[in-house]
Design a protein around this ligand. Structure first.
Ligand SMILES: [Zn+2]
Length: 255
């Protein structure tokens, strides 16, 4: 009898413990998101704004991505918002920013997010010679890896890449595939490179997400209006029944 009583008490208490630490534990079993693992063989190029296909997402499933950081005025606010809602995103780091703010780059990893690559200094790579473009990609990766893991290497732990301004060409895309990268475009974006307030951006991105129903969402964690609207955006996603999916590499060489 005592044993049954203890079991009943345990059953009542356990969910309370889980609720007290909602971000801990295995993310694959987390109630508000799931994890998908991808590689360049299964999904070489994703995002229908640029490519014919995207990530295998169900209805009302979104992958959140942030470009151009880390940036000290804004990235911490974005990270705080993601943490408070227990969701994970993908950050495409700019090498020069990772080199300038390595602690912030490491916080992105420590918070459980995916860190991909977005060149060193954001040139439009399709307008450069092939060798210069690839050197720029490599310089970005080296700077990111040094900031993230403290080692210099051109083969990154997470082979995810996004071209600055989506400016790729056939040669560069083929080259990234040969090197085993998943190249990310986007399915929907917040247009946060346009000057607007956080409320306006919130209305715009929610209307676009509702219209599309699923996909890869592009933000810039360097933009103050994006950082400011992120808590309300995440709360509203949850209220409307959207789920945030975390995308990770199938095989990471994470040290
Ligand atoms: Zn960018």
């Amino acid at each position: 009898m005592t044993r049954i009583l203890l079991l009943v008490i345990a059953a009542v208490i356990t969910p309370c413990i889980a609720a007290a630490a909602p971000c801990s534990g295995d993310p694959e079993t987390h109630g508000t998101e799931r994890v998908i693992k991808v590689d360049s063989k299964s999904t070489p190029r994703v995002g229908r704004k640029q490519f014919p296909s995207t990530l295998p997402l169900g209805a009302k499933e979104l992958v959140l991505t942030f470009d151009d950081g880390p940036w000290p005025r804004t990235t911490p606010k974005v990270l705080d918002a993601l943490k408070s809602e227990c969701v994970h995103a993908t950050f495409f780091l700019l090498g020069r920013n990772a080199a300038a703010y390595p602690q912030l780059a490491r916080r992105i990893l420590a918070d459980g997010h995916t860190a991909g690559h977005h060149s060193y200094s954001h040139p439009l790579l399709s307008r450069m010679s092939a060798s210069k473009a690839e050197a720029e990609v490599d310089r970005g990766i080296t700077a990111d890896e040094l900031a993230l893991y403290g080692g210099r290497r051109a083969t990154p732990a997470t082979p995810f890449s996004r071209f600055p301004g989506f400016a790729a060409n056939g040669f560069l895309l083929d080259r990234m595939s040969e090197r085993g990268f998943v190249v990310f475009g986007a399915d929907v974006w917040a247009s946060d490179w346009v000057h607007m307030g956080p409320e306006q951006e919130l209305r715009l991105i929610l209307s676009r997400v509702e219209k599309l129903g699923r996909g890869i969402v592009l933000f810039h964690d360097t933009k103050i209006q994006t950082a400011q609207m992120m808590p309300a955006f995440l709360r509203e996603l949850k209220r409307r029944g959207f789920r945030v999916v975390h995308v990770v590499p199938k095989r990471s060489t994470n040290p």
